[in-house]
Design a protein around this ligand. Structure first.
Ligand code: 0GY
Length: 297
């Protein structure tokens, strides 16, 4: 484990908020265990092992039904831990893989069989040496026939530079963690208005209203992040997803209690209808019913 790495909360509380039947935690990871699934030699951090059994127990404890497991940079393009978790979960999980540009069709088909439905492009400079845009677009061409979509991770200052790439991607694009806004600037700041404009102008772009624990300066109530997430849920009720981000890699400020994170949900999705769309209908449509084609062709 990297020095200063904070392991996940060992005993999260039972949330007060009861998630609707069929709720999906649409952003979480599995890490290792290292003995079985070694971390990538190219990784920028070494996490605490957080295997599938812990994830499934957390899912049940929080009152959720399903997971979307996202490949994290510490496993590079070796998706074996992810695939193993997907196979163990059966229909209760779907996956987002990270692949090399030369990935072959057979490997993609095998991943599809296991439950992968998207590929992640990571542009967070502290986590990865990003792919070239040409490589990104080649990967997108390869995954299109499978009906997959693209999950994109970047930090707010990089949005402007990435926009031309995003606009060339015709599948659905899901942006992790609301594009990681600087919440101290407030929802009226041009950076966040620009993010909203991106979704206004591109019907194929969705976002995850996740990760208050990473964005906040007010843990553990996360009230500074709530207005951002709520604004997106209200404006784009059919294009938002929610996830715990368990096991919360690279947290420096505090160890989040996943029960407390679930209890933020009714503050960001206020009505029952919004909660249903966010937690059940949207992720089910995208990951279980194959609705991944974005722009009309
Ligand atoms: C996240 C967070 C992070 C890491 C990764 O792929 C990764 O390593 O996703 C992070 O450090 O921000 O929630 O996905």
């Amino acid at each position: 484990m990297s020095p200063d790495y904070l392991p996940f909360h060992p005993t999260p509380r039972k949330p007060s908020f009861r998630a609707p039947c069929g709720a999906v935690d649409a952003h979480c990871h599995v890490f290792g265990p290292e003995k079985e699934f070694p971390y990538s030699p190219l990784r920028k951090y070494t996490p605490c092992d957080a295997g599938k059994e812990y994830l499934f127990a957390l899912r049940d404890h929080l009152g959720f039904s399903r997971n979307v497991i996202v490949q994290a940079s510490c496993h590079g393009t070796d998706n074996r831990a992810l695939i193993d978790a997907l196979k163990a979960a059966g229909d209760r999980a779907r996956g987002v893989a990270v692949v090399d540009v030369d990935v072959d069709e057979g490997s993609l088909r095998e991943m599809h069989e296991a439950g992968v439905r998207a590929v992640r492009l990571n542009f967070v400079k502290r986590l990865v040496d990003s792919l070239s845009w040409d490589d990104c677009l080649n990967i997108v061409e390869k995954i299109k026939p499978l009906g997959w979509h693209v999950v994109v991770y970047f930090e707010a200052p990089d949005l402007e530079e990435l926009k031309p790439l995003l606009q060339q991607i015709e599948t659905i694009i899901v942006i992790d963690h609301m594009g990681r806004p600087d919440v101290a600037r407030g929802v009226e700041h041009p950076d966040f208005l620009n993010f909203i404009k991106l979704l206004d102008e591109n019907d194929n772009i969705w976002t995850k209203v996740s990760c208050p624990e990473r964005l906040t300066q007010q843990a553990p109530d996360y009230s500074d992040v709530v207005p951002f997430a709520r604004a997106l849920v209200e404006r784009f009720p059919d294009r938002v997803l929610w996830g715990t981000d368990w096991p919360h890699p690279n947290m420096a400020s505090h160890v989040p209690d996943d029960g407390a994170l679930v209890d933020v949900i009714p503050n960001i999705a206020v009505s029952e209808q919004q909660q249903r769309s966010l937690l059940v209908d949207n992720p089910t449509r995208l990951y279980w019913q194959g609705r991944s084609s974005g722009k009309p062709t």
